[in-house]
Design a protein around this ligand. Structure first.
Ligand SMILES: [Zn+2]
Length: 91
């Protein structure tokens, strides 16, 4: 199981550190999808588990920006964001 320390494993938002140097959850909350490292997911989360959270955000919440609207990147495109993070959108 591998997870990048940087970037949200759910939505691909880059500006979040999800694991520290010891691979422990940082309890940072993703501004984009609202997932919390250590609560919604951690190093041991399965791809299925991550996909389940992602699906909920993607379908039920329509990729809604969760956090501070001022932090939304210019021309933000959630699908593009996921593609750049190599996150597969499996619905
Ligand atoms: Zn996220």
């Amino acid at each position: 199981m591998s997870m990048n320390k940087e970037g949200c494993p759910i939505c691909g938002f880059a500006d979040i550190t999800v694991l520290d140097n010891f691979n422990c959850a940082t309890f940072e909350i993703c501004e984009c999808c609202g997932s919390e490292s250590g609560l919604e997911f951690d190093l041991h989360s399965t791809p299925e588990h991550l996909a389940k959270i992602r699906r909920k955000w993607f379908k039920e919440d329509n990729c809604k920006w969760w956090g501070n609207k001022k932090l939304i990147p210019p021309n933000w495109d959630p699908k593009e964001q996921m593609e750049l993070a190599n996150i597969e959108i499996s619905l």
